[in-house]
Design a protein around this ligand. Structure first.
Ligand SMILES: [Mg+2]
Length: 209
């Protein structure tokens, strides 16, 4: 995936976040403070605009995303996603593109960044659970990028569904105790959208849908 395709990916994701803003906010209203959709939309709208003209390499794109998320997205999700993209930017330094074999290390770096920043290990019903599932899925060898992207998306969707039945033990949702069981996690859902956008991009490399 070259820099142009990475920009397509992030523009698609920005579009998805803006489309799903109210849905994400409703999910967060049920278990948290109701700002997830609004916060992410603010950051990703700015990133979508930057992607129109930015002409840095793949590592620079991830760095720009990280900086924009950290400066524009409040709450917990700005620093968490910001850390993920920062770590991924470091992995890509000096690379012209994301090669097929780069995905496991790239996603692992993002996942570890979220784990450290959020002080989570998995099973707390957070976005980290989905990042971990995607990272594990990336480690299986795939012949083609499109197949890999589908595997990542399926792993993300499956995990986001599985954790509905967990009790949240981290973040604001943890205050709900057992009442958090049965709710979707907003950060897990916004992470699924990131991999939906990736799958769309590698399936339709020519441009936006
Ligand atoms: Mg919130």
């Amino acid at each position: 995936m070259n820099a142009i395709e990475v920009k397509h990916w992030f523009r698609r994701y920005a579009d998805r976040i803006l489309e799903k803003k109210n849905e994400l906010t409703d999910l967060d209203s049920a278990v948290g403070d109701g700002d997830h959709g609004v916060n992410l939309a603010r950051g990703w709208k700015a990133i979508g605009n930057e992607m129109e003209t930015f002409d840095g390499g793949v590592s620079d794109i991830f760095l720009l995303v990280s900086r924009t998320l950290i400066s524009k997205v409040g709450g917990a999700s700005g620093p968490l996603y910001g850390t993920a993209f920062l770590r991924m930017s470091a992995v890509l330094r000096g690379k012209e593109q994301i090669g097929k074999d780069d995905w496991p290390g790239l996603l692992k770096a993002g996942c570890e960044g979220i784990g450290q920043r959020g002080r989570v290990n998995g099973g707390e019903k957070t976005m980290y659970d989905v990042w971990l599932a995607v990272t594990e899925a990336a480690e299986k060898k795939e012949p083609e990028e499109a197949t890999l992207a589908l595997r990542l998306l399926e792993a993300a969707r499956k995990k986001a569904e599985e954790i509905i039945e967990l009790q949240a033990t981290k973040g604001r949702a943890a205050y709900l105790g057992e009442r958090s069981i049965g709710h979707r996690d907003p950060g897990a859902e916004s992470t699924v959208l990131l991999f939906e956008a990736l799958h769309d991009t590698v399936s339709n490399p020519g441009g936006r849908p």
